[in-house]
Design a protein around this ligand. Structure first.
Ligand code: T6T
Length: 320
């Protein structure tokens, strides 16, 4: 009799119902860049550790035109239970993601958000959770650091990416709020580079020409900061015009060491990817109290702490 029960239990454990508790997950980041490469590593490591199947698709460029057809194809597969996505536009990606929800796919947003990011009482509440940085705070960190470096006075400029991107809009907002608190600081302009480093270089070069006494620049993400740093280098102004770089790429760190960049703000993309996978599995297993918002925090990197292993571990490493 006892033997029979052991056999019944073994058969139950092998049934599709138990297998369903291992969800199949799609991962659809914003585009190809070092930030999302590190996030992908977090996703893939979690998939291995948790024994989950993940389908990864990466748009070549930033924007709903590139992301929506990939999303539609992921929905059409019909085998995904969860989707971990960085929506590239907080409004335009709502309807395409509602289609995912209607097809029975549960959505977790990472890095960027839909609506205002408040999935409890905001205009969009269907995603399970939003896991990403507090980007207003990130912008404030940049603004306050630049004000400190410049002694509270001087002309500054923002290199931004694309309007409608939740994260970079919030960084710009936090930066402006911080510099407003210093009466001697003046924001001369803000340009949008379409997430393209060479456009960022061109636009920054034009501003450096137009504003010979420009004192500082905030580059709001990988390509914005990279392009701005390059323009400052090309103009031979390294160290004279201070650049604050969002995202801890190898280029940003080299420029920090060289003196062109005065501060690098590292996000935690690995954590975002890994945790989103854990959330999907937990939800599939019946966990009901997952937080609707997780702020993953920053490592703020300066020349003084760049070699401290507790800090340098957050530099984006894409080669392994
Ligand atoms: O800064 C990240 C990300 O947080 C943002 O939403 C878009 O740009 C990056 O991917 C960096 O290029």
């Amino acid at each position: 009799m006892k033997r029979l029960w052991v056999l019944v239990l073994a058969a139950l454990l092998a049934t599709p119902a138990m297998a369903q508790a291992k969800p199949k997950i799609g991962f659809l980041p914003g585009t190809v860049d070092p930030f999302y490469q590190v996030m992908e590593k977090g996703v893939r490591d979690a998939a291995k550790d948790l024994g989950l199947d993940v389908v990864v698709q990466i748009p070549a460029t930033w924007g709903p035109t590139a992301q929506t057809p990939i999303l539609d194809a992921m929905i059409a597969r019909g085998d995904l239970d969860y989707l971990i996505i960085a929506p590239v536009d907080k409004e335009q990606m709502i309807a395409p993601l509602e289609a995912a929800r209607d097809a029975g796919i549960k959505v977790i947003t990472v890095d960027t958000f839909l609506g205002n990011g408040d999935y409890v009482s905001g205009p969009v509440t269907f995603p399970l959770s939003y896991i990403g940085s507090d980007n207003v705070e990130g912008g404030r960190i940049a603004g306050n650091a630049l004000a400190d470096t410049l002694g509270g006075k001087g002309k500054v400029y923002i290199q931004n990416t694309i309007a409608g991107t939740s994260t970079t809009e919030q960084r710009s907002e936090g930066f402006k709020e911080a510099i407003k608190a210093h009466s001697g600081m003046e924001l001369v302009s803000e340009d949008y580079n379409n997430d393209d480093a060479s456009l960022s270089t061109q636009q920054t070069a034009a501003v450096l020409q137009r504003e010979p006494d420009l004192a500082g620049i905030f580059g709001v993400n990988v390509f914005s900061a990279q392009g701005a740093g390059q323009a400052v280098l090309n103009a031979g102004l390294g160290g004279e015009v201070q650049v604050i770089a969002f995202d801890a790429t190898q280029f940003a760190i080299e420029q920090l060491r060289a003196g062109t960049v005065s501060l690098v703000i590292a996000q935690k993309p690995y954590d975002m990817g890994y945790m989103a996978m854990e959330f999907a599995l937990a939800d599939a297993r019946g966990v009901t109290s997952l937080p609707r918002r997780v702020a993953t925090g920053y490592a703020v990197i300066t020349r003084d702490n760049v070699d401290n292993p507790d800090i340098s571990r957050f530099i984006y490493r894409t080669a392994d």
